[in-house]
Ligand binder design. Structure first.
Ligand SMILES: [Ca+2]
Length: 631
């Protein structure tokens, strides 16, 4: 019985994981960010050609399939539960010496729906052990802005009130990024503008051309095909490349048989149009053509013959534009075939492409509009933000010695409209400097709290890279100088994601540790706030750095201890190297180990707790000792 349940839930959760919606009734999930690449993927960042691994848009939902383990009991957060700890009366955040680290925040990333529902006791656990939380996905552009540009901040507002009630602060992730965007909407904004020249000779402009040969089936709106009350019995289909209406009996009214032949026509109210149908019937007859919206339509009767022929209908002073075209033929018994419909008008307007400057200004408006919405929704409660996420590549194609910013070219994308789902490089249109400056300026302009409290970060991955001696974090520091060179832009902090691995091989491990130390030194020397933003760790056995990480079930007790000690090392070095005034804090990205089907580090031992917060891991001890600064 239990096995069947597990399989059923696994299948459901995999389907649920593919969508963004954190359905309040969905099974228990712990969801993580999509913006992250594991070490293995990041290897090609070292490519000297400057080409980078395109962002792997991994869905990182963790799902607990075992419903018997759901536990909302507050004993979930009993610090006595679990393995070795320093002091069983303390939660993790209690180990921090607040006098020595007055601004340090210990935080964790989670799914806002899980948090709201306290699934597996996540809200209780997190509010006991952490100072601050981060939404894995809910505060990203693509989670709020729809395909039509409309914005829905209801989940963001709920998250703020939930966090406030739990006594936690929120770190905002992320105002700007290139993944999980709405490229269709944004490219549409830049599609061009209509210019009317009153002196130009009018020309024939085609508004719509619809043929049915490329339709596999008829899916447009239609009346009921069989309805005794309406006295109708007909069908509409696509057959042999033609739209085909077969009406078996005369209806009580001609309009009882009705079906669209075109929809979403870009017509305008008051416009004059020529509609040309290529049409024939099983016999000659008269049917009705309708065009417009639902409330106000133009309609006229017209004749068809047994020969496929063009019939042109003049539509003068259209009473409602932007609607549909349909045929009504309840009074015609037999077959009607339509090959095509063309709608056109005489006009003197042309669509002029936007200039580069106009495109940039359009996107500056779109970015400002989005950030204004987010700042109003969070209403000053969220004071620290990833202003820009993952701006940099790991390569240098312009030869200036520092890593370039991400764009279409260095991700091998030739057509911005033909990208993997949700990718949009704002900076490709706004410029490398203007992109970040706009985000920072809009955030400061619209922030609702005390301006001095607002902290804006630039967040990126691979800053601990040993293969290029921390080139990316060095580049990031240079980029911050460039962005701030206008004397207006001020960036408060740097975030380092740190999706890392612990290595069995001593040399590999030493190199990883050395370059984490170097990274902290470079970040500290920048004078900016330093935040570890998305920390999680896998384990690699053997001598090949890129060999892939172990699954949780493979990890030995000794390896768990080694990982715990590595976490402890990282926290210890951070406290040693980064001055207290710059110690913004740490965020653990994976609170629990990842189930095998998770898109982010699936099956890896990446958590502080086991799946579903069932048990503390050795890593918990590592965090406790690190935060307590115990040798
Ligand atoms: Ca460069």
């Amino acid at each position: 019985m239990k096995k069947i349940l597990i399989l059923t839930f696994a299948a459901f959760c995999l389907a649920a994981a593919a969508c963004e919606d954190d359905d309040k009734t969905s099974p228990t999930t712990i969801s993580f960010d999509k913006d992250d690449k594991n070490k293995q993927n990041q290897g090609s960042d070292t490519d000297s050609t400057g080409t980078n691994t395109p962002d792997v848009n991994t869905d990182t939902t963790q799902v607990n399939t075992d419903t018997t383990q759901v536990n909302t009991d507050t004993t979930q957060v009993d610090p006595n539960q679990g393995q070795t700890v320093l002091d069983d009366t303390k939660f993790l955040k209690d180990y921090i010496n607040r006098a020595a680290h007055p601004i340090f925040k210990f935080s964790g990333a989670l799914d806002v729906g899980e948090f709201h529902n306290n699934n597996n006791g996540v809200r209780d656990t997190v509010s006991a052990h952490f100072d601050e939380i981060v939404a894995g996905n809910a505060m990203k552009y693509g989670s709020v802005v729809g395909g039509d540009g409309s914005m829905n901040f209801s989940r963001v507002k709920q998250f703020c009130s939930d966090a406030q009630a739990a006594g936690l602060t929120i770190y905002g992730h992320t105002l700007a990024w290139h993944s999980q965007q709405q490229p269709g909407y944004l490219l549409g904004l830049m599609a061009g503008k209509e210019v009317v020249d009153p002196n130009a000779e009018p020309v024939l402009i085609k508004d719509l051309e619809q043929t049915y040969s490329n339709m596999s089936s008829y899916t447009m709106w239609h009346g009921e095909f069989q309805n005794a009350d309406y006295n109708v019995d007909y069908d509409v289909s696509i057959s042999n490349g033609l739209l085909h209406c077969k009406n078996n009996k005369e209806a009580a009214d001609f309009y009882r048989v009705q079906y669209f032949v075109a929809d979403n026509i870009p017509t305008k109210t008051g416009g004059n149009y020529d509609v040309t149908l290529k049409i024939k019937g099983s016999q000659a007859g008269t049917i009705t053509f309708v065009m417009g919206g639902w409330s106000k339509t133009f309609n006229t009767k017209f004749d068809i013959t047994e020969e496929m022929s063009e019939v042109t209908i003049h539509v003068d002073n259209l009473v409602e534009g932007g609607g549909h075209a349909m045929l009504q033929s309840g009074d015609f018994v037999g077959d009607i075939w339509v090959e095509s419909i063309v709608i056109s008008h005489l006009g003197n307007e042309t669509i002029v492409p936007l200039t580069a400057e106009e495109k940039r200004d359009t996107l500056k408006w779109a970015m400002d509009h989005w950030i204004q919405g987010m700042m109003e929704a969070t209403n000053g409660f969220v004071t620290a933000w990833d202003a820009v996420n993952e701006a940099l590549t790991g390569g240098d194609s312009d030869g200036d010695g520092i890593c370039d910013l991400q764009n279409y070219e260095n991700n091998n994308i030739s057509d911005p409209s033909n990208v993997s789902s949700g990718v949009f490089y704002w900076q490709a249109f706004m410029g490398d400097l203007e992109y970040v400056r706009t985000v920072v300026a809009s955030a400061r302009k619209h922030f609702k709290g005390n301006p001095d409290d607002l902290k804006l970060f630039i967040n990126d991955y691979n800053l601990e890279s040993d293969w290029d001696d921390n080139w990316k974090v060095k580049s990031l520091v240079e980029w911050v100088k460039r962005w701030e060179a206008d004397g207006v832009t001020k960036i408060d902090g740097l975030g380092t994601q740190m999706h890392i691995s612990c290595y069995e091989n001593a040399q590999l491990q030493k190199s990883a540790e050395d370059h984490i130390v170097k990274m902290f030194q470079i970040m500290a020397n920048s004078g900016k706030l330093v935040r570890v933003s998305e920390l999680d760790m896998g384990y690699v056995r053997g001598n090949n750095k890129w060999a892939g990480s172990l699954k949780t079930s493979q990890v030995t007790e000794a390896e768990h201890k080694k990982m715990a000690d590595f976490y402890k090392f990282i926290i210890k070095k951070y406290f040693e190297i980064v001055p207290p005034a710059q110690q913004y804090g740490f965020c653990q990205w994976c609170l629990t180990d990842a189930p095998s089907y998770s898109g982010w580090r699936g099956g890896e031992p990446v958590g502080i707790w086991t799946e579903g917060f069932k048990k503390r891991k050795e890593v918990y001890r590592g965090f406790a000792e690190g935060l307590a600064e115990i040798e």
